[in-house]
Design a protein around this ligand. Sequence first.
Ligand SMILES: CC(C)(COP(=O)(O)OP(=O)(O)OC[C@H]1O[C@@H](n2cnc3c(N)ncnc32)[C@H](O)[C@@H]1OP(=O)(O)O)[C@@H](O)C(=O)NCCC(=O)NCCS
Length: 389
Amino acid sequence: MTMRDVAVVGVGLSKFGERWDSGLKELMAEAGVAALEDASITSNDVEMIFGGTMASGSFTGQEHIAALMSDQLGFKNIPAVRIENACASGGSALRLGYMAVASGIHDIVVVGGVEKMTDVPSAEAGTALGGAGDQEWELFQGITFPGLYAMMAKRHMHEYKTTEEMLAGVAVKNHANAYLNKYAQFHKKLTIEEVLNSKMVSDPLKLFDCSPISDGAAALVLAPLEVAKKYNDTPIKILASEQASDTLRLAERESLTGIKATSLAAEKAYKRAKVKANDIKLAEVHDCFTIAEIMAMEDLGFYEKGKAGKAVLDGETALNGKISINTSGGLKGCGHPVGATGVKQAVEVVWQLRGEAGNRQVNGAEIGLTHNVGGSGATAVVHIFGRSN
Ligand SMILES: CC(C)(COP(=O)(O)OP(=O)(O)OC[C@H]1O[C@@H](n2cnc3c(N)ncnc32)[C@H](O)[C@@H]1OP(=O)(O)O)[C@@H](O)C(=O)NCCC(=O)NCCS
């Protein structure tokens, strides 16, 4: 089947954080209206919407999220479908939006992602997030997401001599990037010592090794590349959209020091986009915990196994380093409203490739990658984007 090339022609983001001033609907409107305006289209032009959310029912009582997004944005009776794929809901929604346009079924498609997590106490949020793992074998036995990633961190430290300082280096870098991003939840620079001295959550992961509980929304407008200039002077082409899965249960994985679904999705994405890992100079990766960014750098092929931690401490992944990772501040500094994250990653890469990232602009950015993980790695979605002119 011949597929059409697909471009992102509009992007929008709400401010991330503890948004007690807004409900789900207001967050969706903040991001959605910005994306429609960015693409210079009206709600009448949109043919379908895919809405990513992980656990809106548990966090707010509200289900049927895609229909609500469509209603809120004034779309007229179009198909609206909710995508739930744990923390990869946003990335998966983007992939389905891409497929809808690439196949020729629809021309203008909106992809949204939203989560409002701060209306419940942290412990309740933790239980809702735990649903992304195996209920019977993990959550019921008392393990939380920080606990699952702590086990991966311990094993990585054991096998590759990764240190707590290296983990802390990820948080320091991502908070420094978030400091430059007005949409970010945190505008607070950290030092290695502050991370190391923060309260223990699940050994070796401390408070500042964890992404926070967040509210936020993100939206994208997709169109066929051949007509994309009608909507935006700088359309950004989707060079690859790939996804893979692995066992839901951590105990059944081949290895605890990497996420196989990431390597598989990345391998397919590089092949589809006809690029190599070392062509990527800009990436938004899924740093739900600091160890997750280190594993992502290795699974995506940016660094050999066991070498990523040192590269972080050496500043190679800082803004305009050898490879700029998580210029938005990542999940750690920008925030992690789970259903919105995969869409927000794409928004950041589009701004970077258009040259619109302001004081956190990566010089000469031509190709960018996003990496969105569901749960402890049962799902991974990788997108590669490029300038189309
Ligand atoms: C780490 C965690 C348990 C902390 O929650 P908590 O102990 O209830 O923290 P509180 O909400 O009481 O916040 C206490 C302070 O720390 C800050 N804070 C909370 N989490 C933070 C984080 N992850 N990073 C930095 N600061 C954080 C809060 O802003 C607050 O600051 P303030 O006192 O200046 O207002 C919680 O953020 C968490 O569960 N994170 C992981 C989320 C997750 O698993 N996501 C899915 C990944 S797959």
